[in-house]
Ligand binder design. Structure first.
Ligand code: NI
Length: 174
């Protein structure tokens, strides 16, 4: 397994619409293993393929609190097929937005259909932080970032900070 570099916002690669996967094969399973390792190392609770420069509809998620409770989920072509009327608000962060957190409201229950590591169709009913995390990651596959759910003012505040950090990093490297 290998750690993958995570793309930091702002970056046009985070705004692409990812393409569906035709079949889950060994190469894709390797990518998902690398994504999981990268997510655990960060540490984070979710990661999407575009964040590591891949344009396929793939996410990995694990909201387990520590190593003993690990329950990794690998989802290919994930699709939300049911949402609750009730919304819930969580403070969200994103590995592509280091040190930025904001409250986001989303449906508090979702049902998701996806292909698993064995190329089998599965369904997952998620609630709580798992529901939020899965929705956040699926958004990434359509180029939607958590800041896109915020007010324009809050979003531009975060994006200005991100741009500043990026310019600082680039000038350090120059
Ligand atoms: Ni994210």
């Amino acid at each position: 397994m290998a750690l993958l570099p995570v793309i930091i916002a702002p970056d046009p690669r985070l705004k692409i619409k990812c393409r569906p996967v035709e079949r889950v094969d060994a190469e894709l399973v390797r990518l998902m293993d690398d994504m999981l390792e990268t997510m655990y190392a960060a540490p984070g609770i979710g990661l999407s393929a575009p964040q590591v420069g891949d344009d396929r509809r793939v996410i990995v998620v694990d909201v387990g609190r520590d190593e003993e409770e690990r329950a990794p989920l690998c989802m290919v072509n994930p699709e939300i097929i049911e949402i609750s009327d009730q919304d819930v608000t969580y403070e969200e962060g994103c590995l592509s937005f280091p040190e930025q957190y904001s409250d986001v409201s989303r449906p508090d229950h979702v049902r998701v259909r996806y292909l698993d590591r064995q190329n089998e169709i599965r369904e997952l009913k998620a609630d709580g932080v798992l529901a939020t995390c899965v929705q956040h990651e699926i958004d990434h596959l359509d180029g939607i970032l958590f800041v896109d759910h915020l007010t324009a003012l809050r979003r531009s505040m975060i994006m200005r900070k991100m741009q500043k950090t990026k310019r600082l990093k680039e000038s350090e490297l120059a």
